[in-house]
Every structure is written in structure tokens, then in C-alpha cells.
Design a protein around this ligand. Structure first.
Ligand code: PGA
Length: 250
């Protein structure tokens, strides 16, 4: 099945307003030879501005996370209503930094999934194993349980359009990338899990991105794998020329 590729940039806790504006302006001229969907996830202070500047271009804007409630006494949190209002069409959920630094559990993520679906935000749902789990041969089991528990209670129909990002924790920001074969193996396993939990059509339609030290120099070989439908990029998404090269992968 032909799936439209997705190249997504997670800006994390980086960029002032001026830096965000300069980056999005540069990306408008990056070209898009694979007709990929291009998504950027700025931090909340820049989100509205980036969405404004992206208007009229094919660039889409994502939140990096949202709270599970629509509003209320949750100091520092941002709700899906607010993210949407600022111009986000997508939200990342379950990034490993959210899981490990901020304590997002499968149970919390399940509530965030509900909140994002309630407001029609397309979810980029991140999963991935630690090095310890990989070495203990637990990779697939860990990822299956993250998917099963995080997405619990929703049908394929409700989850239509879901994007999954496989990001081995040991590869994020470390310069260590999974080999294309390692990525393919896990992506194929995720697709099989989606077929089992939902159905084959849903599994075939769902885009599965690889993330973890994706660079201009390794994107081509990763994207060549049949079950890799795109990339979620951190560090190199902050550098216009590097991200442009990743968008225009061969
Ligand atoms: P990285 O981050 O590309 O800097 O490894 C990827 C991510 O965390 O999404």
C-alpha cells in the first residue's frame, strides 16, 4: 500500500519567537520533492506565530503535548482547545521525554489521546524502548503494551489518521541511530500489532515514523525501508538546511 510520507520536526524546548519565525520562513522554501506531509512542532510560546506564518503553505503545525482536560486549574499545562485555537492540527503524545522526565504514564496518555480525539487533533503517538529493555529482548513487548494501553478503548474508526512514531529511547539525541534493519523490524511488528488489535486496513493505512538521531546523512537509507513511512526529527529539525535535506530524502 502506498502511504504518503511524513517528515515531522520536533523543536522541543528551543527557539525564541524570532528564531521560530526565521525557521518556518526558511522551510517554506525548502521544496518537497517526495510530496511528503511536513509538520513542525514548536514550543507553545511560538505555536500561534508559526501557525500564522505557515498559513497558505503546505506546512502543518503540531503541539508537542496537550493536557487531557479542556480547561481548568492545571498550572502551566496547555489544553487541546488552546493548542487548536493557536493553530495546531496535530499533537505529539507520549514522547519519551514526556514519559521519562514528566511522568506521562500509559494511563495519562490514554486520557490525552481521548482529549486530542475529542478536538480532532491528529495524534503522533510515540513509543520506544530503553537500551536496558532492548538488551533484555523486551523491545516488542514494551512497544505493544505502550500501544495497547495508550490507545485503549478506541476503535479503528475513532483512531483513523493516527500516526505512530517509533523512537528508541537510546537513539534520541545521542547520535546513535537504529540501523535501517532494526527500524524495519520494529515497524513491521507495530503494523502487525495494529492489524491484530484493530484490522488489516487500519494497519496498512497507519503511517509509522522513525525517530532518534535522524540526520541528512542517514535519512535516505531509513526511508528506503518498506514499513518506515517518515521521520520524527529533533536536533536536525532546528537547522533549516539539514531539515530541508531530510524533507527531500532520496
Ligand atoms: P533527535 O530527537 O532527532 O534529536 O534524536 C528525536 C525526537 O526526540 O523526536
Amino acid at each position: 500500500m502506498k502511504r504518503t510520507p511524513i517528515i515531522a520536526g520536533n523543536w522541543k524546548m528551543n527557539n525564541t519567537l524570532a528564531e521560530s519565525a526565521a525557521l518556518i520562513e526558511a522551510l517554506k522554501n525548502a521544496g518537497n520533492k517526495n510530496n511528503a506531509e511536513i509538520i513542525v512542532a514548536p514550543s507553545f510560546t511560538s505555536l500561534a506565530k508559526v501557525a500564522e506564518l505557515a498559513k497558505g503553505s503546505s506546512l502543518q503545525v503540531s503541539a508537542q503535548d496537550v493536557h487531557w482536560e479542556d480547561k481548568g486549574a492545571f498550572t502551566s499545562a496547555v489544553s487541546p482547545v488552546q493548542a487548536k485555537d493557536a493553530g495546531a492540527t496535530h499533537t505529539i503524545l507520549g514522547h519519551s521525554e514526556r514519559r521519562s522526565v514528566f511522568g506521562d504514564t500509559d494511563e495519562i496518555l490514554n486520557k490525552k489521546v481521548a482529549a486530542a480525539l475529542r478536538h480532532n487533533l491528529t495524534i503522533i503517538f510515540c513509543v520506544g524502548e530503553t537500551l536496558e529493555q532492548r538488551e533484555a529482548n523486551e523491545t516488542i513487548a514494551v512497544i505493544n503494551s505502550q500501544i495497547e494501553n495508550g490507545l485503549k478503548g478506541f476503535t479503528a474508526e475513532q483512531l483513523k489518521g493516527l500516526i505512530i512514531a517509533y523512537e528508541p529511547v537510546w537513539a534520541i539525541g545521542t547520535g546513535k541511530t537504529a540501523t535501517p534493519d532494526q527500524a524495519q523490524e520494529v515497524h513491521a511488528a507495530i503494523r502487525a500489532t495494529l492489524a491484530k488489535l484493530y484490522n488489516e486496513d487500519f494497519a496498512q493505512a497507519t503511517r509509522i515514523l522513525y525517530g532518534g538521531s535522524v540526520k541528512d546523512t542517514n535519512v535516505d537509507e531509513i526511508m528506503a525501508k518498506p514499513d518506515v513511512d517518515g521521520a520524527l526529527v529533533g536536533g536536525q529539525a532546528l537547522i533549516a538546511e539539514k531539515f530541508a535535506r531530510i524533507i527531500n530524502f532520496n
